[in-house]
Design a protein around this ligand. Structure first.
Ligand code: ADP
Ligand code: ASP
Ligand code: MG
Length: 919
């Protein structure tokens, strides 16, 4: 209690009121007893009379500093003024506006409006410096201490920024008063920076003093703007109120008791229903200016909220709330409606810089909710951080993982050796060392065998830590009790956060399988007992990819796939149209989100960051297409987007494209193709490709290489995987050749049927490409290799239907013209077959028993299934140990754009299901 002896002597009864003292407008008057004294104090402006017999403590709120009092007693009275306690509780709402919210004059006006529109009884508003200003201030210090003269022009820029903003916002006395403060501050700063320049060094308190000016200026400007609207409002230099104790780890701990006292004192002198307070800055108990360290304004707001026991703390920023992952890295991130205090803390600790990690503790003590809101989108409700009710039904329905965050620029230190097992105190020695160098341990993992302890520290601290450890454990290293102290640089931490993880089995499994599918190696793992988070250490370069992979696994449709289509020819185009027609159903019913990120032909390509609008892909390719470039294309589909799983679909028949598969698979890109070139190319390359694909977590599907959409490869795989043994595969696997022999009947000549097929578009432009048998041979090779045979194309005897002399024809036309000359040979063969009740069929054969393959014109009985075909159907018969007497037969249309594209599409869906899509 401050006792204020008023500067008056009490007048005799009924004397005129006298002026006394300069009281703060809200005060307690302690009027001493004895009760026998009659006292009467009159406050004319307040129109209130107090006293009248009693003494004691009378609380009154006075609208004016200057009071008059009439004492109607004849003895002198000592009036004491108690320091006022600031009212606390629900009537207060606390707001914090981040740097971008007050980034320019228009934004400052918007902020003022938000403040005015909050109809809480009392408001305390914490502001950051205008955006970039704190960086500019630190830059001034850096420049000055490295004796770089340009600190002067940089300071000028700071002055100019604020001067311009103030001129835009204020006028008259307000402007003059602000500018006078600003100039005064700048000239003090100039002197201080000069001192730093001369010393070539800035102490922490010098730096803190300089850095905190941004908040001083933004708070003053905002308070003028609010006051201009007619509302009473005071600005608070929080260095007068917030008292913090520095700790060893570049942090400060608030002294709540002292801060509370100072807040009361400040309020006694500056009572107001709207207070605009500086974020970020504070004082030590010795009144030395300091800061709450980078991004500390959130923390300031939380401390203020706690001191006032406020109803709510609203943190205004430039995003709609807390996202499930950093929206700058994962553009599919979703806004979280609610977070528990623990979840928010974990998210912020692990790098979600939307909230300073220390914001939670002060408000959690009093159960004060924090709401994160977007100043640029007032219609968004934001994220509420509070204590969820025990039995929150919504919580049960949501995914067990609330969000993901990453911390980059870390290094792992691995201390390893058999001498650690069972030796008490090793961990304490290790972490004692780390503490001694002042490094911050971000996560720890120890194998239960106790052979190794590994932990993550910021990259910039790793050398000091490893040196300290090496020196501390030099004996143990020499004696071999410790085998190594290994530093693994360039690491990142990925944390999955969620309160429900504790009670949900399988979360880690899903997390790790998502990482595995994205081809990401995990270096270390840690899960605290609270199970609010699971933390993994990965390579720095994998950080964003990992974030996207796990995020999409938990938050997006189960499977989001970035698709790149190579070759928008007949088949590619049909596939794109099928994707277009089916996309919505896949997304809705099967949780599969297919995004075509690129389409490339040989000359032009079309790229997109979010997925090409497939209803317009043709126009877009024409209008917006750029020069085709396979590297850029691959990078776009695989690297430069927010979807972790990518697949390239090669719809060409080009061996140059097929030569990229190895590289794509190695990068973790899945490959799907109807192109036979890779699987029927040189054996060693094929084996290398398959080996890589099996070892990596990438998938390579090529169902449409044989029999278009017919399930031939998958049937064969099914047989093999379940332990059946392939004896023989025999089939008509060329639609063209099927057509030719199905129609080579009666008195028709072979050349006539070829001409008919060519005219109907059933053959390649040059029918020799079909008749040579190479296409069938490639299919035989594919089936043979799939069955485990190590055959090359050159090992296959192929019956070519191109007469030897016509191989050299220079054009298809010439070939067609001359073909009738050779009709005799095939007519003869057909006649011989017919005479035995048989037909001719052009087939491919895999003879697994004798490890051979052939492509030949064989004769089949008229009752044989191969003789019953119509049109261009394919038929494949699998003779196996299980299907020995009656082969397993797959039959149906095996050519044509629709069915081939359908086969590719079903491979894409197979890939999606391998990646976790529900069935
Ligand atoms: P302010 O200046 O308002 O304090 P910050 O830059 O400190 O703003 O924090 C807001 C930024 O945090 C957002 O613009 C966003 O890019 C980033 N951020 C990182 N992780 C998240 C997340 N999980 N949710 C929301 N924002 C995030
Ligand atoms: N202005 C300070 C900073 O940029 C504090 C804050 O905005 O939170 O670090
Ligand atoms: Mg911030």
């Amino acid at each position: 209690m401050a006792t204020l002896k008023p500067s008056f002597t009490v007048s005799p009864p009924n004397s005129n009121p006298i002026r006394f003292g300069c009281f703060p407008p809200q005060c307690f008057l302690r009027v001493p007893k004895p009760p026998c004294l009659r006292q009467r104090l009159v406050f004319p402006r307040f129109r209130r009379t107090i006293g009248g017999g009693g003494g004691g403590l009378i609380r009154c709120e006075l609208p004016d500093f200057h009071l008059s009092a009439t004492a109607t007693i004849g003895v002198s009275t000592v009036i004491s003024v108690d320091q006022v306690q600031i009212p606390k509780g629900e009537m207060w709402s606390v707001h914090k506006f981040g740097g971008t919210c007050v980034g320019n004059s228009q934004r400052i006006r918007n902020v003022a409006e938000v403040i005015i529109n909050d109809n809480s009884e009392r408001k305390l508003v914490v502001v950051s410096a205008m955006s970039k200003v704190t960086d500019m201030m630190y830059d001034l210090i850096r420049k000055a201490q490295s004796r770089d003269d340009s600190y002067l022009s940089a300071l000028e820029a700071v002055l100019e920024k604020h001067r311009l903003t103030a001129r835009d916002l204020l006028d008259g006395d307000d402007l003059a008063s602000f500018l006078s403060h600003l100039h005064n501050d700048i000239s003090n700063l100039k002197a201080m920076l000069r001192a730093i320049y001369i010393a070539g060094h800035a102490s922490e308190s010098f730096s803190d003093f300089v850095a905190g000016h941004g908040e001083l200026w933004s708070a003053q400007m905002l308070s003028y703007v609010v006051r201009k609207t007619g509302l009473e409002c005071k600005w608070m230099d929080t260095r007068d109120v917030l008292i913090v104790n520095p700790t060893s780890s570049n942090q400060v701990d608030p002294d709540f008791g002292e801060s509370e006292k100072r807040l009361d004192k400040w309020f006694s002198l500056n009572p107001s229903k709207i207070i605009i307070a500086t974020g970020f800055i504070a004082s030590t108990p010795q009144n030395i200016p300091t800061t709450l360290k980078r991004d500390g304004s959130d923390f300031s707001a939380a401390i203020m909220g706690a001191l006032l026991r406020a109803r709510q703390v609203t943190i205004w920023t430039d995003v709609d709330g807390v996202y499930s992952a950093d929206p700058r890295k994962v553009n599919e991130a979703v806004i979280l409606q609610t977070l528990s205090y623990q979840e928010a803390w974990e998210m912020s600790y692990f790098g979600a810089n939307v909230l300073h990690p220390r914001t939670i503790i002060p408000v959690m003590r009093y159960n004060i909710p924090i709401v994160i809101r977007n100043i640029f989108n007032l219609s968004a409700p934001g994220t509420i951080i509070c204590q969820p009710p025990e039995d929150d039904y919504d919580l049960k329905l949501t995914t067990p993982v609330k969000g993901f965050a990453t911390i980059d620029n870390l290094a792992l230190i691995n201390v390893e050796g058999t001498g650690m097992a069972g030796v008490p105190g090793t961990a304490s020695d290790i972490f004692g060392c780390v503490k001694d160098v002042g490094a911050n341990v971000i996560m720890i993992s120890q194998a239960s065998s106790e052979h190794s302890v590994c932990f993550a520290v910021p990259e910039k601290e790793v050398n000091a830590v490893s040196e300290a450890l090496r020196s501390r454990f030099s004996e143990a290293l020499q004696a071999g009790r410790l085998s190594q102290i290994e530093v693994i640089p360039n690491c990142s931490i990925l944390a999955a956060v969620g309160q429900k993880m504790a009670s949900t089995p399988g979360v880690s499994c899903t997390l790790f399988s998502a990482l595995a599918k994205a081809n990401i190696n995990v270096r270390a793992i840690s899960q605290g007992c609270s199970e609010y988070n699971v933390t993994v250490v990965i390579k720095r370069e994998d950080s964003v990819k990992a974030l996207r992979a796990v995020h999409s696994r938990f938050f997006l449709s189960r499977t989001t796939l970035a698709v790149g289509i190579i070759g928008p020819g007949l088949i590619g185009a049909t596939l794109l149209d099928q994707l277009r027609d089916q996309a919505a159903v896949l997304k809705q019913e099967f949780n599969i989100d297919l995004r075509v990120m690129g389409i490339t032909g040989s000359k032009t390509m079309l790229l997109s960051d979010i997925g090409i609008d497939l209803s317009r892909w043709r126009e877009l390719l024409n209008e917006k297409g750029t020069e085709a470039n396979m590297d850029k294309f691959t990078q776009q589909v695989h690297g430069n987007h927010f979807i972790p799983n990518s697949v390239l679909v090669d719809c060409t028949a080009d061996s140059a494209i097929a030569s990229h598969y190895y590289d794509w698979l190695r990068k973790g890109i899945h490959v799907i193709t109807p192109n036979k070139k890779a699987n029927s190319g040189p054996l060693d390359q094929y084996l290398k490709l398959r080996d890589l694909q099996r070892k990596s977590y990438t998938h390579y599907f090529y169902e449409a290489t044989v029999g278009a959409g017919l399930p031939i490869i998958s049937t064969l795989r099914g047989l093999l995987e379940t332990g059946d043994k392939i004896l023989r595969i025999e089939g008509i696997c060329s639609g063209t050749l099927s057509y030719l022999f199905n129609n080579f009947v009666g008195d028709r000549s072979f050349s006539e049927v070829v001409a008919e097929a060519k005219n109907a578009g059933f053959t390649e432009p040059d029918p020799r490409d079909d008749l040579s048998g190479t296409d069938v041979a490639r299919k035989v090779i594919i089936l043979a290799r799939e069955s485990g045979l190590k055959l090359d194309l050159s090992d296959l005897p192929i019956r070519s239907l191109v007469p030897e002399p016509l191989k050299g024809c220079t054009s298809a036309e010439e070939f067609m013209e001359k073909l009738p000359q050779y009709d005799g040979d095939l007519a003869k063969e057909r006649l011989e077959a017919e005479n035995s009740g048989e037909v001719l069929r052009y087939v491919g054969v895999v003879d697994a028993v004798n490890q051979k393959g052939t492509v030949e014109l064989r004769r089949y009985k008229k009752e044989h299934p191969f003789a019953q075909l119509a049109g261009s159907d394919n038929i494949i018969a699998f003779t196996t140990t299980r299907y020995k007497d009656h082969p397993l037969i797959v039959r149906g249309p095996g050519a044509g754009a629709q069915v081939t594209a359908g086969g590719i599409f079903s491979d894409i869906l197979r890939l999606a299901s391998y990646l976790g899509a529900p069935s």
